[in-house]
Design a protein around this ligand. Structure first.
Ligand SMILES: [Zn+2]
Length: 462
């Protein structure tokens, strides 16, 4: 029986902060007790005095090896989950993609093949439905039975992932019937495409125009429409990567009506802005993602939404493309810049920085980064908390260490950092996944294939 003991730390969950020793046995947390109050022995002991003991992060929005715009995201499941572990994230939920004209089954099998045997941390899948039809909708119950309990639809990207309102309504109805959660990328794609065409015709080709054509109003409009469609369908709704305060206002209004509507935002919308998109030369391409970065004024609204629970989850939408050779596909035409940012490694630290700055509490940090995503996507209490019976996915976190984020030191397979040179207070010191040590004081001990597929139950907020 393998026993590990973590002594002397402050255990932080979404619910409480407790000075406690944590005993781990056979990959599970088995007990917590007041410091030194038990005569526990273990093969392996970590002294967490002066540090936090927190649940491993749950990043509910990643795109490893995602094909986009004629290229693919530069992190594989092997490199991306390794980077996640370095950053204290021990579970990812990635998006399996249905290719148009093909089945959900084929898309899901494809994603299993990419991930199987390669992941350093545990993983689960959402399913992107890019071709809503009767035969495809008949596949939903089968996928739910396999633990893929959330489906993502796109109101953006006509011709690629886009579904029209009728398709979205139909998919929401069927998802609700089988107890699944519908996720929506809420931007008015057809209207954006008109603005893209007009901008390019005027010679507006720089990366900053990506942010200008993808108007906040078109995110808000699509968010409003998604909410009304979900109401009509009697379906719960989760809006991914909310970046505009006007879109957040739509979510807040829906929640005030008591509707089962949820929202996520991402660190890039909280810490970066259109100022980055407007960096000189082609530098702005590093910050091209959709929904786009917004002017700085939107950040305060997003932070407020995180405090008031109008936004419940912070995920990364990790979808890295190298500057050289990938982002450069859009030189001279911003619409050809692959959409996505690297971030899976930095979410826990950036949100801790928000704790340091007084924007959120420590418990809210853990709720947003670990507990709420685990509950939202049917992984709680196995993941997302520190409690007897939970997986021993544990992070010893040094809240005083200072580090500077940089491409020179990060572990993501991408040639730039969206946070280059930014100094943050707090750092992951030790990471356990199901009791196995993945990382300890700078030594990486993880391995591809440790990470296991997690079948998920239904959303636990419903
Ligand atoms: Zn995404």
């Amino acid at each position: 029986m393998a026993r590990t003991l973590i002594t002397g730390g402050l255990v932080i969950t979404a619910a409480e902060e407790t000075p406690a020793d944590v005993l781990v046995e056979d990959g599970k947390v088995v007990a917590l007790a007041r410091h030194g109050s038990q005569n526990w022995t273990a093969e392996q002991v970590f002294d967490a005095s002066g540090r936090y003991v927190v649940p491993g992060g749950v990043d509910a929005h990643t795109h490893m090896e995602m094909p986009f715009g004629g290229t693919r995201a530069s992190d594989t499941f092997a490199t991306g989950t390794r980077a996640a572990a370095w950053g204290g994230t021990t579970t990812i939920v990635d998006f399996a993609v249905q290719t148009r004209g093909s089945s959900l089954r084929a898309g899901l099998d494809d994603w299993h093949a990419k991930a199987d045997g390669n992941c350093a941390v545990d993983y689960a899948f959402h399913m992107i439905v890019s071709d809503v039809s009767e035969p495809v909708l008949r596949e939903l119950p089968g996928l739910v039975g396999e633990g893929v309990t959330s489906f993502k639809l796109f109101m953006a990207y006509p011709g690629v992932f886009y579904s029209d309102d009728g398709q979205i309504l139909r998919a929401m109805q069927r998802a609700a019937d089988v107890g699944a959660l519908t996720m929506v990328h809420a931007e008015n794609g057809p209207a954006i495409d008109v603005l893209v065409e007009q901008a390019l015709a005027k010679g507006e080709t720089d990366p900053r125009h990506h942010g200008e054509v993808r108007r906040a109003l078109l995110e808000a409009e699509a968010t409003h429409r998604a909410i009304q469609l979900a109401r009509v369908a009697g379906a719960p709704l989760y809006v991914v990567h909310v970046s505009a305060r006007e879109a957040l206002a739509e979510l807040a209004a829906a929640r005030d009506l008591g509707l089962p509507v949820f929202g996520e935002t991402c660190p890039q919308y909280l810490f970066l802005s259109t100022d980055n998109l407007a960096e000189p030369g082609f530098e702005g391409a590093k910050y091209v993602c959709s929904t786009p970065l917004r002017p700085k004024e939107h950040q305060a609204a997003l932070w407020r939404g995180l405090r008031t629970d109008d936004l419940q989850v912070v995920s990364t939408d990790h979808c890295p493309f190298c500057f050289k050779g990938q982002k450069e596909l859009g030189l001279g035409d911003f619409s050809k810049i692959p959409n996505g940012l690297p971030g899976v490694e930095h979410r826990m630290d950036l949100l801790h920085q928000a704790v340091v700055e007084g924007r959120i509490s420590r418990r809210r940090w853990i709720e947003l980064a670990c507990t709420a995503p685990a509950r939202m996507f049917g992984l709680h209490p196995r993941k997302g908390t520190v409690a007897p019976g939970s997986d021993a996915d544990l992070v010893i976190y040094d809240p005083h260490a200072v580090q500077t984020l940089s491409a020179a030191t990060h572990h993501m397979n991408v040639d730039y950092s969206a946070y280059e040179g930014r100094t943050v207070t707090g750092r992951v010191e030790t990471v356990l996944s199901r009791g196995e040590v993945l990382l300890d004081r700078g030594d990486y001990l993880g391995r591809p294939g440790h990470g296991a597929f997690l079948p998920r139950s239904a959303c636990q907020y419903l």
